[in-house]
Design a protein around this ligand. Structure first.
Ligand code: ADP
Length: 468
C-alpha cells in the first residue's frame, strides 16, 4: 500500500516538470530556427521568416522579434487571445503589457541572459512559458520572445489521479483479500491441530491430523499424527494386556485355589489323589510361568527392544535339533510322526529366535493334529532365499479365523488344549521375530485337511537389509 502511495506521489510531482521541459525544448528548437533565419541567411527574405513563423502556428506558441530600438519586426501567433504579449503580464517583479512596453520586455534579457520563466495567463489562468533571447548579429541585434502554454497538465493529473484511485482501490481490496486468505490458510490448520490435540489429551485417539499447509505446520501435524498413533497403540496394548492377563491369570489361579482347597479338605491324606491334584497345581503354575515369559517376550519384540544376534548357521542342523528335542519329549508317547525333507543350507539370522519360530510351528502342528497324524518339515532352498514349511494334516483353521491367529492371545477354541504350551502368544511371538528379520511368512490351511505354516529368510549375508 505504501509503495502504491509513493508511486502516486512521485508521478504527480514529476509530471509537471516533465511537461514544462518538453515545452521549453520545443521553444528552444523554434528559437534556433528563427535565429538561423535572422542571422545566417545571406539575403533572407520575409518569406523565409514567415515560413519559420508559420511553424509556430503548428506549435501552440506566439513569438515576436524586436529590433534594438523596440520595434516589432516579425511576429507569429498560434495562440490568439491568450498570447501573453497582448495581455497584462507579470514578468519578475514587473507587471505590464509587453507589446506596449517593448523596452521593459527587452530589459529582461541581456547578452548572456536567456529569459526562461513561468507566467500565469491573465486570460486562461493557465501556466505558460515565457522565453526570451538577445540575438547579436553583424549589423544589428534582435530580441526574440516566445510564449507558449504548458500542456493542460492539471487535466492530465486529474485523469491520472482518477485512474490511480481506482487502481489503488482494487489493489487495496486484493491486498485485504489475500491477507485474509493467507491468514486463514495459516490459522485454520493450527486451529485444527489444536482441536485434535485437545481430543488426544482427553484420551480420544480417533484423531485426524491430515492437513495441507506450509512445510513446518505439515511436519508438526505429522509428528502429532505419529505420536497419537503410538499413544493409541500403547493404550490398546495396555487395555489388551489388562483384559487378557486378568483372564489368563484368573483361570489358572482359580484352578490352583480350587485344587489347594481340595488337598486341604479332601485329598490331604490320600497320596494318589493328592499327587494328582498337586500335578494340576504344578501344571497351572508352569502355565503361569510360560504366560509371563511369553508376555514379556512379545512386548519386547513388538516394542522393537529385542536385539537380534545374527550368526551364520545351518538350518538343517537347527531343525533336526528341535525335532530331536520333541521326540525326546512330547512325541514320545504319541503316534504322530514327524518326517523331514531337509538340505544343508546356511542362513544369516538369530538362531535362537528362529528356533523359537520353528518350535512354535511344530508344537502347534502337534497340538492341533489328530493322534495318527503325520507332520512334514520341509526346506525349499533357492539361490537367495530359504523357505521352511511345517505341514500338518490336522484340524486346520477356518478361513475366517486366519487373519487373527497371528494376533496376541488369539485362540480359536478357548477350551481346546489348555496346557503350559498354549498361551495364545506363540504365533504373535513368531510373527514379531520374523518381521524383525524382514522375513516373509504365512499360513495355508483348510479345516480338517491341515495347515502349512511357512517362513522365508533371505540369504543376504551382510544382514544389513534385514531388520536389526
Ligand atoms: P496357542 O498357544 O493357542 O497355540 P498360537 O499363537 O500359537 O497360540 O496360535 C494361535 C491359534 O492359532 C491357536 O489357538 C490355534 O487355534 C490356531 N493354530 C495355530 N497353529 C495351528 C495348526 N497347526 N493347526 C490348527 N490351528 C492352529
Amino acid at each position: 500500500m505504501a509503495i502504491l502511495l509513493a508511486l502516486g506521489l512521485l508521478q504527480v510531482t514529476l509530471i509537471k516538470p516533465y511537461f514544462r521541459d518538453q515545452r521549453v525544448s520545443s521553444i528552444e528548437l523554434v528559437a534556433e530556427l528563427i535565429e538561423d533565419d535572422l542571422l545566417h541567411k545571406d539575403n533572407f527574405t520575409k518569406t523565409d521568416v514567415d515560413n519559420t513563423f508559420s511553424m509556430i502556428l503548428n506549435n501552440d506558441m506566439c513569438a515576436i522579434v524586436l529590433s534594438e530600438n523596440g520595434h516589432v519586426i516579425y511576429e507569429g501567433d498560434a495562440l490568439g487571445a491568450t498570447c501573453a504579449f497582448d495581455q497584462m503580464t507579470t514578468i519578475g517583479e514587473e507587471r505590464f503589457v509587453p507589446k506596449n512596453d517593448p523596452k521593459r520586455l527587452m530589459a529582461s534579457v541581456s547578452d548572456d541572459n536567456i529569459l526562461n520563466t513561468s507566467i500565469i495567463s491573465a486570460i486562461s489562468d493557465q501556466e505558460m512559458v515565457l522565453y526570451g533571447k538577445k540575438i547579436s548579429g553583424d549589423l544589428s541585434n534582435y530580441y526574440l520572445f516566445i510564449n507558449s502554454p504548458i500542456e493542460p497538465v492539471e487535466s492530465y493529473i486529474e485523469l491520472f489521479m482518477g485512474q490511480y484511485y481506482i487502481v489503488a482501490f482494487f489493489v487495496f481490496l486484493a491486498a485485504i483479500g489475500m491477507s485474509l486468505i493467507l491468514a486463514r490458510r495459516m490459522t485454520s490448520p493450527i486451529v485444527k491441530i489444536k482441536n485434535e490435540a485437545n481430543k488426544l489429551s482427553r484420551g480420544d485417539y480417533e484423531v485426524d491430523f491430515t492437513i495441507d499447509s506450509y512445510t513446518e505446520i505439515n511436519d508438526l501435524a505429522k509428528t502429532l499424527e505419529n505420536t497419537s498413533k503410538e499413544l493409541a497403540t500403547v493404550d490398546e496394548l495396555r487395555k489388551d494386556l489388562i483384559a487378557n492377563v486378568s483372564h489368563d491369570i484368573k483361570t489358572p489361579l482359580t484352578m490352583i485355589k480350587a485344587y489347594s482347597e481340595m488337598i486341604k479338605d479332601i485329598s490331604g491324606d490320600d497320596k494318589v489323589k493328592r499327587n494328582a491334584h498337586l500335578d494340576v497345581i504344578l501344571e497351572e503354575t508352569d502355565y503361569l510361568n510360560k504366560l509371563v515369559d511369553d508376555m514379556r517376550d512379545v512386548s519386547k519384540l513388538q516394542a522393537g527392544q529385542q536385539i537380534l544376534y545374527r550368526t551364520n548357521f545351518d538350518m538343517k542342523d537347527t531343525i533336526e535339533r528341535i525335532i530331536d528335542h520333541y521326540r525326546g519329549g512330547i512325541l514320545k508317547d504319541s503316534h504322530i510322526k514327524v518326517k523331514t525333507e531337509l538340505t544343508s543350507s546356511v542362513v544369516w539370522a538369530d538362531e535362537m529366535a528362529i528356533s523359537r519360530v520353528i518350535s512354535n510351528f511344530l508344537s502347534n502342528a502337534i497340538k492341533y493334529s489328530f493322534d495318527d497324524s503325520e507332520i512334514l518339515i520341509r526346506m525349499i532352498d533357492s539361490e537367495d532365499h530359504l523357505k521352511v514349511e511345517v505341514i500338518d494334516d490336522g484340524k486346520g483353521i477356518a478361513e475366517s479365523e486366519l487373519p487373527y491367529i497371528w494376533t496376541r492371545y488369539y485362540k480359536i477354541d478357548k477350551g481346546f488344549t489348555r496346557s503350559a504350551n498354549s498361551t495364545g502368544l506363540g504365533l504373535a511371538i513368531a510373527k514379531a521375530i520374523l518381521e524383525a528379520h524382514g522375513a516373509r511368512y504365512g499360513v495355508v490351511s483348510k479345516v480338517n485337511v491341515g495347515s502349512t505354516f511357512w517362513f522365508e529368510l533371505s540369504k543376504d549375508y551382510d544382514g544389513l537389509s534385514q531388520g536389526n
